[in-house]
Design a protein around this ligand. Structure first.
Ligand code: FES
Length: 575
């Protein structure tokens, strides 16, 4: 892969000069301005380590970023380089309209271009809340400048009336109880103060925690950086160490992300993703990162891994514990030790050690029960399966580790919602014709349709069924699902309905078969009838605002779920 353009071999402050037609003047001007910050010539002659500042009042998950930045700077300076902190887009799940995924590619572009535009020999990428680390990995892959990823780390657990609480698996569970009338108004108010009790990312095996494990497995961050609690002093030491490491990489001009995130490293990541019962979102994100490096992730490859690799981590939503328990049980390195036969241990990491050396150094914790052995797994196969059939020609995904076993093979009547707005309008209508063994279908919730493929796939059970005690139903959509959610949820149906995928053709009353053991998702309607419906189908009206700006760019160029929902023009660099 081509090296970043940096004024030939120039390093430090001399690289990437603004263009005035006189390189000497450009450097003079740059120095004159930076000296306003009180820097000495000695400081300005050092290799430069950029540090992304993703702190924002809108992003409480990143509340510890200022402390981490200071610790990274300390590590950089102790190693004799110059730290330079710069802001990028920051995205929080619940503060992003219409959905955080809509902004992931914007953050990736912002991070990529700021690394390219500003002089730095390496970069420490501090991220955490769901879409931020995927965006940073996508940027690192595209710039291909030495990079260390430092997750902000998971929150500690909360407590309520003797029960341990975790965002956001318990958010959904308790909200479901509140909707069903079994949890009081006062209790739901009190719980809202305890579900996210500290800074840091959601502490179940949701997308943020999953991506922390992916960072470690890919070799892009330090061992333990995915699971050390956000508020623990160890995390500050990890930050200092990340700064030191990045300074060393700046001096050596390597290794570059393309030398770390190889095809084998992505295969390792998919393997760990299955073994941790991780978030379905990570599959989309890994696909996007890999695509930027010219590596194709095949859904069948992921499914085949899942048939061999068991779920070994006993964490919510698939199990019982939380990220801090996973960390103190030995974390990702300890987990990899249990599945090392499935991993390519020769892969390099940013630490300079191979994955084998990282795994060999894993802490062994006597008596821990959070990370199981393959002989005593949480589930005998991986967390996710890939489905195909006439309803999902380019694939769909189900996290069967968090599903109701009795629903994994089921034929039922479709009850169709045409959009999120239709769902909101009719889902809780007492007159809705729906029964517990029906299959709920939501369409126009994919990358273009929603837009941004929101985490709406685990949409609520209709109120009248919830109140009668129904806890799970099969739900099918072209949306995503929060990694913290659970249920028999079929996601990422591709192609999505807004571009004419078969989901657009389903009618209430049709019958659908879900057969997870045989990886099938079939709409039981004759092909000629589906042809007729397709001929009569009209594409939905584009969303207001999608004729201009970022929305327009998104609408015109976003790819489908099986291609990572990246923009079509952000593939591997050709020059
Ligand atoms: Fe930020 Fe869950 S909301 S990680």
């Amino acid at each position: 892969m081509a090296s970043p353009k940096k004024n030939g071999n120039a390093t430090g402050l001399r690289q990437g000069l603004a263009t005035y037609g006189d390189a000497g003047f450009s450097l003079f001007l740059r120095k004159a301005f930076i000296k306003a910050g009180g820097y000495s010539d000695d400081a300005l002659d050092r290799p430069i380590v950029g540090i992304t500042n993703t702190a924002s009042d809108y992003n409480p998950c990143h509340g510890n970023v200022p402390d981490l930045v200071e610790a990274v700077k300390r590590g950089v300076m102790l190693a004799g380089a110059l730290p330079m902190v710069f802001p990028t887009v920051s995205i929080h799940e619940s503060f992003s309209h219409p959905t955080s995924m809509f902004l992931r590619n914007l953050m990736a572009m912002d991070t990529e271009e700021m690394i390219r535009a500003q002089p730095m020999d390496s970069v420490v990428l501090i991220g955490g809340c769901d879409k931020t680390i995927p965006a940073q990995l996508m940027a690192a892959a595209s710039v291909d400048r030495p990079a260390v990823v430092l997750p902000v780390g998971p929150m500690l657990v909360g407590h309520f009336k003797g029960e341990v609480l975790g965002a956001c698996t318990d958010c959904r569970r308790l909200w479901g109880q509140y909707r069903a009338g079994t949890f009081s108004e006062g209790d739901i108010e009190r719980v809202s103060e305890r579900l996210a009790p500290t800074k840091g990312t959601c502490m179940v095996m949701g997308t943020a925690s999953t991506m922390g494990c992916m960072v470690e497995t890919l070799g892009m961050g330090l061992p333990g950086s995915g699971s050390t609690p956000a508020t623990h002093s160890d995390r500050l030491r990890l930050a200092e160490q990340s700064g030191r490491l990045a300074a060393g990489m700046a001096k050596q001009q390597g290794p570059r992300p393309s030398e770390i995130m190889t095809e084998a490293a992505f295969r390792n990541a998919l393997t760990v993703l299955q073994a941790i019962g991780g978030s379905t979102n990570a599959l989309v994100h890994l696909t996007a990162v890999a695509r930027r490096l010219g590596v194709t992730i095949e859904l069948e490859q992921f499914d085949a891994i899942g048939r061999k690799v068991p779920v070994l981590v006993d964490l919510k939503p698939s199990g019982d514990h939380y990220m801090e328990h996973f960390h103190w049980a030995g974390g990702n390195a300890r987990l990899m030790r249990e599945i090392r036969g499935h991993l390519d241990e020769s892969c390099r990491t940013v630490t300079g050690r191979t994955l084998k050396e990282v795994i060999d150094a894993a802490e062994i914790v006597p008596g821990q029960t959070v990370i199981r052995t393959p002989e005593e797994p949480i589930k005998p196969t991986g967390g996710m399966a890939v489905l195909r059939g006439n309803l999902a020609p380019r694939g769909a995904v189900i996290k069967h580790a968090a599903a109701t076993p009795s629903l994994l093979t089921h034929t039922g009547r479709a009850v169709v919602f045409d959009s999120l707005e239709d769902l909101a309008a009719r889902g809780d209508d007492p007159a809705l014709d729906v029964k517990a063994d029906d299959i709920l279908v939501l369409r126009n919730a994919g990358p273009k349709g929603a837009p941004g493929m929101p985490e709406a796939g685990s949409f609520p059970i209709p109120m009248k069924l919830a109140r009668s005690g129904v806890k799970d139903m099969i739900r099918i959509s072209d949306a995503r699902m929060s990694g913290t959610a659970f249920g028999t949820i079929v996601l990422h149906v591709a192609p999505e309905s807004a571009v004419g995928g078969p989901l657009a053709l389903v009618r209430t009353g049709d019958r659908i078969t879900l057969d997870v053991p045989n990886r099938k998702l079939e709409l039981l309607v004759p092909a000629d009838e589906l042809d007729k419906r397709l001929k009569a189908w009209k594409a939905p009206t584009p969303h207001p605002g999608s004729d201009r700006g970022y929305s327009g760019l998104f609408h015109r160029t976003v790819l489908q779920a099986d291609e990572g929902v990246d923009f079509d023009f952000l593939g591997p660099a050709k020059t």
